[in-house]
Ligand binder design. Structure first.
Ligand code: GCW
Length: 676
């Protein structure tokens, strides 16, 4: 087993609550089950570490009426007195203090609710809130809060930047303390579904659904279940062919249907609480229903029907586009693809199918418009898919706090209905569905600190917290993570928050301008290469020439992508003057001399933002150095090393992008700075 650190579960003493040592020395409950055991375990770890004193004792309280301590109980009438109209449901909880009995109560309808309540109680303690001041009643805003691993059984991770997989090594499944700690970490931020293998399902991974691996998958499943998490597997759409059992994977072929029926039945015999299948079909060379002239609804429903009897779900990805495009062709537009492929199928998917839609129409760039599918589909379950792994955002060598970006996406108004914000659509508020929420490609690996860059852990933490409570601000989430990880020192909190708070914009400043994206090295997606994707087959162009840059996606003269949005967005995106400036070049090909609202020309904006981005990284470094004495030397050095790498890379970005555009445009920097 590789060594691992405790990340945000690194509880430390909080002086404001130290007076409570004796009053929380007993935990009462008459509930049982694995989740409850883990909830109690968590309290017994956290209380001495945060409050000080001894590990609290355990008392099975029924039928006695407890006093002085913590009680974990079923939510009932008595609790309702404290909370008018609150109904905890499957995952909610209430926390309050009963003064007459000196009891801190954590009440919920389900074991998972209790577990989440315990973690919420611990967060309150970490903030220095004493139990007598606690009063919270909360249910998660997003029904599904899923994590997708792109781990391969060989042990590598597709787009992984934190070492190797902790689930697999050399085609073997690893189950150890780290698996348990991981489940605990995920439960602490409210994750309730995890797919444990890459959506690109290679030959060996196809076998995960067979007896070769299924019993070990079950062991991981059981650990997850004890923390309230459902396990999902990515499956290969052509598994019946891959395994040599049937020579087609046509979803309407009886033999194929029978194959999946039998396979699914066996999976559920072994793992009755198995979550379901995650599928990447007809995407980047993966097989799918298109091969047989069938639709994605045919494909998804066929699988869904085999697992519906057991309560399973199919998570079906919408990342379907032509990856063999000719760069000379200006009409084909990858941005259009997800919408064009799926909008006609609205209403055709079974109830236990959910479409997983990437946040933008391209692929997790530093800035993209929100996918128009969220405003287009009205009778289909949807997950918003984001990427915690920093594939295009600095690969965990750069600090890039992504919660502010995700919050902006969730707040985007699609105008699809009265409740048309993306967060209303994927929370089920808009259409009253329950199979909806978020899914995220994770950034973990077997590095000691889990996420490579210590600061990248905030994205993992923040993703979960944001899904649970979409009303928390990015700042609240960021500061909460800092407190949980680095303790309660306010100077540390301010310093680190100032480093991460606007780091998304910093990365955007020194990388590609105004929504263009893609100016990266095709090989690994790290570092600048302005023309790296310009003459390629991937549909990813900036179309710079001596007069200007950007892609015309208007309806009038371009690819028509702007027309995929509801009004008023389609009209707003149609014209440069009304397109939000940060997306200007995503929607329009503009002259370098076009004036932005700041009064600057586009070319000057490019130069200025690139210089600014580098300066911002220099400030991050100074800030980090200013708290050196207060940070564990190991962590300090790890972060310092990465900050130096970030600075070097930011300078590289600045100089390459600025030089490229100076040469293209022939227009000098007004401020006369060095451009090569
Ligand atoms: O961005 C691309 C990545 C691929 C990934 C794909 C996807 C898993 O570069 O590595 O494949 O997205 O989302 O399926």
């Amino acid at each position: 087993m590789t060594k691992f650190e405790k990340c945000w579960l690194n509880y430390s003493l909080v002086s404001e609550v130290s007076g409570w040592k004796d009053k929380l020395s007993c935990i009462f409950t008459n509930l049982d089950g694995k989740c409850i055991e883990n909830a109690v375990k968590e309290l017994r770890v956290a209380i001495p570490e945060i409050i000080g004193g001894n590990t609290p004792g355990m008392c099975i309280c029924a039928p006695c009426v407890p006093s002085e301590g913590i009680v974990l109980k079923k939510y009932d009438k008595e609790d309702a007195e404290y909370y008018d109209d609150f109904c905890p449901g499957d995952e909610g909880y209430a926390i309050y203090y009963k003064t007459d009995k000196s009891l801190l109560v954590i009440a919920a309808d389900t074991d998972r609710g209790i577990l989440y309540g315990v973690f919420a109680f611990i967060r309150q303690l970490q903030k220095g809130i004493t139990p007598d001041k606690m009063k919270i009643a909360e249910s998660p805003k997003m029904p599904f809060r899923m994590i997708d691993h792109w781990d391969n059984m060989y042990g590598d991770i597709e787009r992984g930047y934190s070492g190797n997989s902790f689930f697999y090594e050399n085609y073997r499944i690893i189950i150890d303390d780290r698996t348990v700690f991981y489940a605990r970490m995920m439960a602490s931020i409210g994750i309730n579904a995890i797919a444990i293998n890459n959506v690109n399902v290679h030959q060996t991974e196809t076998l995960l659904i067979t007896d070769k691996y299924l019993y070990e998958v079950k062991r991981i499943n059981d650990i997850f279940a004890s923390y309230g998490i459902k396990l999902y597997l990515s499956v290969n759409y052509a598994a019946p062919v891959e395994m040599g059992d049937v020579d087609v994977s046509d979803p309407l072929d009886e033999r194929v249907i029978k194959w999946w029926e039998k396979t699914s039945k066996h999976i559920y015999d072994v793992i009755p609480n198995f979550g379901g299948y995650l599928v990447k079909a007809d995407s980047e060379g993966r097989p799918g229903p298109f091969t047989y002239g069938r639709t994605h609804a045919d494909g998804a429903n066929m699988l869904a029907r085999q697992i519906a009897p057991y309560g399973g779900n199919v998570v079906w990805r919408c990342f379907v586009y032509n990856c063999r495009q000719d760069w000379r062709d200006h009409k084909t537009d990858r941005a259009r693809a997800a919408y064009d492929n799926f909008i006609g199928l609205d209403g055709e998917f079974d109830d236990n199918v959910v479409l997983q839609i990437k946040n933008g129409p391209m692929d997790f760039q530093i800035r993209e418009p929100v996918s128009p599918l969220f405003g287009g589909l009205k009778k289909t379950n949807m997950f918003l898919e984001v990427q915690i792994a920093q594939e295009y955002t600095g690969q965990q060598r750069h600090i890039c706090y992504l919660v502010p970006m995700w919050k902006e996406i969730l707040e985007f108004n699609t105008y699809a209905s009265e409740n048309g914000l993306v967060k209303d659509i994927v929370s089920g508020k808009a259409y009253g569905n329950t199979l909806c929420g978020l899914a995220a490609v994770t950034n973990t690996g077997n590095d000691a600190n889990w996420t490579g860059h210590d600061m990248a852990a905030v994205n993992l933490y923040g993703y979960g917290r944001m899904c649970f409570d979409t009303e928390l601000s990015a700042e609240e989430i960021g500061r909460e993570w800092i407190r949980a990880t680095f303790g309660n020192d306010i100077e540390i909190n301010d310093a680190i928050y100032s480093m991460i708070g606007t780091s998304w914009h910093t990365y955007e400043n020194y990388s590609s301008p105004l929504g263009i994206g893609w100016m990266v090295n095709p090989a690994g997606h790290y570092g600048p290469n302005v023309d790296g994707y310009e003459y390629d087959r991937w549909g990813t162009y900036h179309r710079s020439d001596c007069k200007g840059l950007g892609i015309d996606r208007s309806v009038a003269t371009g690819t028509g992508y702007a027309g995929q949005y509801n009004e008023p967005w389609s009209s707003l995106y149609e014209r440069p003057e009304t397109t939000p400036e940060e997306l200007l070049l995503f929607f329009h090909h503009m002259d370098y001399t076009y004036k932005l609202s700041s009064g600057k020309t586009i070319i000057q904006h490019i130069y200025d933002t690139h210089f600014k981005g580098v300066e911002e990284v220099e400030t991050m470094i100074n800030t980090w150095n200013s708290i050196k004495e207060k940070i564990d030397p190991n962590v300090f050095n790890r972060v310092a090393d990465r900050l130096n790498i970030q600075l070097e890379s930011a300078i590289d970005w600045r100089d390459r992008v600025n030089t490229y555009y100076l040469r293209m445009s022939g227009i000098a920097d007004e401020k006369g700075r060095t451009i090569y």
